[in-house]
Design a protein around this ligand. Structure first.
Ligand code: NAP
Length: 253
């Protein structure tokens, strides 16, 4: 029998990880590189050169603003130009803008939907088309959220976009499974990153959150990297259309 650990190797694979300058994206990019992949790391305001340097010669940094309707296309073209193809797409970039629903400005709604949902569709479509044209297998991993299932408070655009990511994951998975392309998502729980700094700094919210998590701790980016490696590798070839929660038990409570 084949050694099971070999199924987790990503040698000869090219991965694109969006939003990889910090947080979950940086941890995922480093994990995929450790498993053997060449990694295109994407950044926006914070460039991902530090992540690329930490990985070494098998990484290159790319910049693109995914709030622009042409950002995804420009990013895909740059990565394809440099590495020739994308075998693994990790749609991790995401943004959150908080306002009460009654006052939510339409511009902020559109920004959140463009970055968190539309650009995920655009990049998946570009990568999926390219995989199919090459008759090659592929992996797409979308970073969803617990707000793919729950509504949250003062984050209607974020919740709508992440709910959409979960549904888009299933929709693409259904069409592309027969082509050997698996599309899955990870719904992280409360993970300690710059994104969640305001929550961690708010004593009351922090206590309420910790009381609700069976594991009784914030997650760390490395907690997400293991699931991302699994869903990027041949170990998950019969897994598609799923949303895996990595949340210290939150959803089961
Ligand atoms: P983070 O470090 O702030 O990462 C978010 C990334 O998205 C950044 O690299 C950011 O780039 C990028 N991004 C934001 N706006 C962008 C835009 N207009 N164009 C391109 N890239 C853009 O936070 P994180 O917690 O690791 O978040 C990563 C993903 O996990 C997000 O999709 C988030 O919704 C999801 N998530 C996080 C948690 C959590 O607890 N941390 C929980 C559930 C889901 P710049 O900063 O350079 O603009």
């Amino acid at each position: 029998m084949q050694n099971i650990l070999d199924l987790f190797r990503l040698d000869q694979k090219v991965a694109l990880v969006t939003g990889a300058a910090t947080g979950l994206g940086a941890a995922i990019a480093e994990a995929l590189a450790q498993a053997g992949a060449t990694v295109a790391v994407h950044g926006n305001r914070r460039v991902a050169t530090e992540t690329a340097e930490a990985i070494g010669e098998k990484a290159a940094a790319f910049q693109a603003d995914l709030s622009s309707p042409t950002g995804a296309e420009e990013l895909f073209a740059k990565v394809k130009d440099k590495f020739g193809r994308i075998d693994i797409l990790i749609n991790n970039a995401g943004t959150i803008i908080r306002h009460p629903a009654a006052e939510y400005p339409i511009e902020d709604w559109q920004t959140v939907l463009q970055v968190n949902l539309t650009s995920v569709f655009q990049l998946s479509q570009l990568a999926g088309r390219d995989m199919m044209a090459r008759n090659a297998p592929g992996k797409i991993v979308n970073i969803a959220s617990l707000l793919s299932f729950q509504g949250g408070i003062r984050v209607p655009a974020y919740a709508a976009s992440k709910g959409g990511v979960a549904q888009l994951t299933k929709s693409l998975a259904n069409e592309w499974a027969v082509k050997g392309i698996q599309v899955n998502a990870i719904a992280p729980g409360y993970i300690s990153t710059t994104n969640t700094e305001p929550l961690q700094a708010d004593e009351t919210r922090n206590r309420q959150i910790l009381e609700r998590i069976p594991a009784a701790r914030w997650g760390q980016p490395i907690d997400i990297a293991g699931a991302a490696l699994y869903l990027s590798s041949a170990a998950s070839d019969y897994v598609t259309g799923t949303v895996i929660t990595v949340d210290g038990g939150w959803m089961g409570r």
